[in-house]
Design a protein around this ligand. Structure first.
Ligand SMILES: C[S@@+](CC[C@H](N)C(=O)[O-])C[C@H]1O[C@@H](n2cnc3c(N)ncnc32)[C@H](O)[C@@H]1O
Length: 278
């Protein structure tokens, strides 16, 4: 694994998966034309480019790695008047992004912790983010133990909190996360936190091959949600993508567009929602 991959968690999302996510969002009511979209960990900017192609009016992207300047220039994103791009730590609460975007899209870095963060950064994160240090009074300064705990905290979970914060009320989120966020017992507090703030519509298991080009076979899933509290009795649709080629994803999209059809009932796996299991 190259050092940028290990340090920044650089696993870029294949365009077919990005298109699938945008189509699924539109199928359940999100509107891309005229929208402001944000990817706070945008890498080369695949999600932003695809959203602009689908009619978004404004695309805001950040990445902490200055090496992304080159792909932004090569793809034309840097010269697109609708795009605002910055090399920045988008977890830094000093970047005022709260409730700005109609859609927050992307695949935040996973499999990395905050070990490389400075004490100053960690202190800022501890002030702002609620997930890593649940129950801590917002005014109390973080203790050394709390900072040490935060240092080991999975970066993707801070990003999950950041995605929800950036999204305007009633806006939409498409996010790729490690599957464990939805299945591991010790991530229960994350699910409780999330489900109190968003209506989760879809969790689609992605094939292990999705990020093979980046030398990882991590189990990941795509979660599609809206920033609004769920209605009583709301159900989450769980599905599994067998492959991440365009054709297979198009077929799955057809089934998810109308899950009540007999064809969909036969094809969608009968999964006990792990979210509700523990
Ligand atoms: C998994 S990659 C995904 C990139 C892109 N969203 C995609 O789906 O192709 C995560 C990106 O987040 C960037 N990143 C990691 N930590 C970051 C931070 N604190 N602020 C901004 N970007 C960050 C990495 O450099 C990497 O390009």
């Amino acid at each position: 694994m190259t050092s940028a991959k290990a340090q920044f968690g650089q696993f870029f999302t294949p365009r077919a998966v990005v298109r699938f996510a945008l189509s699924l969002l539109e199928a359940i009511g999100a509107r891309l034309p005229g929208a402001c979209v944000c990817d706070p960990a945008c890498g080369p900017g695949e999600w932003l480019s695809a959203a602009l192609e689908a009619g978004a009016a404004e695309a805001v992207g950040m990445d902490c790695d200055a090496a992304m300047l080159r792909p932004w220039r090569e793809s034309g994103l840097a010269d697109d008047g609708r795009a605002t791009l910055a090399i920045a730590d988008s977890l830094d609460p000093a970047l005022r992004l709260a409730a700005r975007a109609d859609l927050v899209l992307g695949n935040p870095p996973f499999g990395t912790q905050l070990a490389g963060a400075t004490d100053l950064q960690l202190g800022r994160y501890a002030e702002h983010y609620r997930l890593p240090l649940p129950g801590r009074a917002p005014t109390a300064g973080p203790s050394p133990q709390a900072l040490a705990r935060l240092r080991r905290y999975p970066r993707e979970l801070l990003f999950l909190e950041r995605f929800v914060g950036i999204c305007r009320p009633d806006g939409w989120i498409a996010i790729v996360l490690p599957e464990g966020v939805f299945t591991n017992r010790r991530r229960r507090h994350v699910r409780e936190w999330l489900l109190a703030r968003v209506t989760l519509h879809h969790v689609v298991g992605l094939p292990r091959a999705t990020f093979r080009a980046h030398a990882t076979a991590a189990r990941t899933c795509l979660a599609i949600m809206q920033r609004r509290q769920p209605e009583p009795g709301h159900e989450v649709l769980l599905s599994v993508a067998d492959d991440c080629a365009q054709e297979g994803l198009d077929a799955l999209l057809q089934l998810l567009r109308d899950p009540s059809t007999a064809e969909a009932q036969a094809a969608l796996p009968d999964l006990t929602p792990p979210i509700l299991r523990d």
